[in-house]
Design a protein around this ligand. Structure first.
Ligand code: FAD
Length: 319
């Protein structure tokens, strides 16, 4: 019997086990997090609720994450501006009832410049000073056609917002290239245009392969971009849903991730634990590579985000 065969049987002579283990690779592992270093800056993304029950869930989420003192919290704008009022209500309630700094997402799709400017002015008047400026997608899919009187692309929107007020502006970036971009280089030029137009940070679409993001940072720097390209982290607790969504937004789902979730379809508890481990490993690896800002797609559920923030050394501030 060869040693390999022996390892597959129940009658393994124990004397062979340790030598086999010792033939395995020896990896250094992630360096321990430096507890004396300043914790990273975080931001949290929420979506505006459609029902009273979802509103209750959102506010429980906000209250749970609020003591972590994020740099800002952002509220998405539904496809084609479908949540214009709900986004506005959520953002203004955050202004009125919390100590958080809100950022309102705003898109160009299916709206004239006048309509978009009006939304932006309402935010300015309500004391909101941070906008996440996006092109948006056509509701229900289909090819994007700019509104005849609208802002064609996010770079145009950034310039338009700067004419309305001195907003802080964040924009989107795609470590794996936006699916409609002519080329990775054209997409990078577009990111540069958005920053040159007045945005001060980009937030990436989520990604699972950390190397892809780190290589993207190299490409950004080579293109002369020095603004923060904050990694968007999505703790995945519903793998099937993530696969569907990733196909639409151009995020690749590596085989190893599928393997991690394989067989957990009817086991929500295990899925959540796997999700926490995957996201914790990802942020630790990013942190070990010097990244000190993270944006979390919370999906209005606080627990995974809270736990991962805790691992990163972010603790509640008590009054
Ligand atoms: C952090 C983040 C938050 C998001 N929040 C929302 C949200 O709240 N609501 C929502 O509906 N969507 C949201 N999205 C999704 C986003 O709207 C879509 O990914 C959309 O397809 C592109 O938006 P953008 O702002 O990146 O577009 P842009 O930067 O305008 O780019 C869109 C595409 O057009 C290309 N392009 C740009 N300029 C030109 C040009 N002049 N000629 C030809 N091609 C050009 C780009 O390379 C790219 O392929 C978000 C995405 C991210 C990463």
């Amino acid at each position: 019997m060869t040693l390999d065969n022996a390892l597959l049987t129940d009658t393994v002579p124990t004397a062979h086990v340790l030598p086999a283990w010792l033939r395995g690779p020896r990896l250094a592992g992630l360096p321990p997090l430096d507890s004396s270093a300043a914790p990273p800056a975080l931001s949290f993304e929420f979506f505006p609720p459609k029902t009273e029950a979802l509103e209750t869930q959102l506010w429980a989420c906000i209250r749970r994450l609020e003591p972590l003192s994020p740099r800002f919290v952002s509220v998405t704008y539904g496809a084609g501006g479908s949540t214009r009022e709900r986004t506005h209500q959520t953002v203004t309630r955050i202004v009125a009832e919390t100590g958080l700094v809100p950022a309102a997402h705003l898109t160009c799709v299916a709206a004239s410049r006048g309509e978009v400017d009006e939304v932006a002015r309402r935010y300015w008047d309500a004391g909101v000073r941070h906008i996440v400026a996006l092109r948006g997608d056509v509701p229900g899919g289909g090819a994007y056609v700019p509104h005849p009187d609208g802002y064609a692309y996010a770079a145009d929107l950034v310039a338009g917002l700067k004419r309305i007020g001195d907003f802080e502006i964040s924009v989107a970036a795609y470590a794996e290239t936006h699916p409609e971009a002519l080329s990775p280089e054209a997409d990078l030029d577009n990111l540069k245009r958005k920053l040159d137009a007045g945005a001060t940070r980009a937030i990436t679409n989520y990604f699972f392969d950390t190397d892809v993001y780190l290589r993207f940072l190299d490409r950004c720097l080579a293109a002369g971009i020095t603004a923060p390209i904050v990694p968007g982290i999505m703790p995945v607790s519903n793998f099937q849903q993530a696969v569907k969504f990733s196909a639409m937004c151009g995020a690749s789902v590596p085989d190893w991730l599928g393997h991690m979730f394989d067989g957990t379809e009817n086991d929500a508890e295990t899925r959540r634990m796997v999700a926490a481990v995957v996201a914790a490993e990802q942020v630790r690896l990013l942190r070990a590579n010097g990244i000190d800002q993270f944006h979390f797609y919370t999906l209005n559920r606080p627990d995974l985000t809270y736990a991962i923030a805790h691992i990163l050394g972010v603790r509640p501030k008590t009054a």
